[in-house]
Ligand binder design. Structure first.
Ligand code: CTP
Ligand code: MG
Length: 235
């Protein structure tokens, strides 16, 4: 069973503030996307990485990848992305050669995920799970609210789900390829991760332990944390 990774990297990074597309911004001198590609290529099971670039940034991303060494065993492809993450992942899947039957989807915005997490996800798919997500218990209590019509107005609380049963989900998420392709062909609702499309389709999605360092770089403070983690690793 050969394994490929699709890396959606086509987002603008609006919440990070003005600047280059998020995946192309540097963390300690190296583009976030390069850190993310290396994190996937660190797994001996991964033989292809498909990078989904900003719609007009594919040539730039291609030369960026050419300029940074990857392990001999790892090939890469670059395709232009779309308007939504979902669309970008679909464009990555469309570019996958036939001989891969396990597919991981990994956010470029999670550049620091340790290889043990990647391997745990692949292992669970190899063991027969059609869809696998790494996840962590929550530190915060979560409330469901009735969203305010006016931004900033107080919002009534509707419910407090039992925190012990909740998990914060990360990437890479791993899939039996046919299952993920079917999910992307069938589900048309807006979703925020790939596993939720499989949930809608029917097959059971399972959770394996995630890792603190697989956090998503979303807001400016996350850049501070990411650079501190890299400094601790001396990268
Ligand atoms: N992504 C993508 N194509 C899009 C939107 C997002 O490939 N049209 C990717 C991002 O590049 C990122 C991942 O999906 O690696 C997770 O998305 P997110 O963290 O929301 O990144 P952005 O959409 O870039 O950030 P923001 O929502 O703040 O604009
Ligand atoms: Mg986004």
């Amino acid at each position: 069973a050969r394994t490929a990774v699709v890396i959606p990297a086509a987002g603008r990074g609006v919440r990070l503030g003005p600047g280059a597309p998020k995946a192309l911004r540097a963390l300690n001198g190296t583009p976030m996307l390069i850190h993310a590609v290396r994190a996937m290529a660190a797994s001996r099971a991964v033989s292809l990485v498909v990078v989904v670039a900003p719609p007009d940034g594919a040539p730039e991303v291609k030369s960026m990848l050419d300029a940074h060494a990857l392990p001999e065993r790892t090939d890469f492809l670059v395709v232009p992305g779309g308007e939504s993450r979902q669309e970008s992942v679909k464009l990555g899947l469309d570019a996958l050669p036939p001989d891969f039957d396990i597919v991981l989807v990994h956010d470029a915005a999670r550049p620091l995920v340790p290889v043990d997490t990647v391997d745990a996800v692949i292992e669970a798919v190899r063991d027969g799970a059609p869809a696998v997500v790494p996840a962590l218990p929550l530190a915060d209590t979560v409330k469901e609210v009735e969203p305010a019509r006016t931004p900033g107005a107080p919002e009534p609380v509707v419910a407090t789900p039992d925190r012990a049963r909740l998990r914060a989900v990360q990437t890479p998420q791993g899939f039996d390829r046919a299952t993920l392709v079917r999910a992307h062909e069938t589900v048309t609702d807006d979703v925020t991760d790939d596993a939720s499309m499989v949930e809608q389709l029917g097959p059971t999605v399972v959770v394996v332990p995630g890792h603190e360092e697989a956090f998503k770089v979303t807001r400016p403070l996350d850049l501070v944390l990411a650079e501190a983690v890299l400094a601790r690793r001396r990268l």
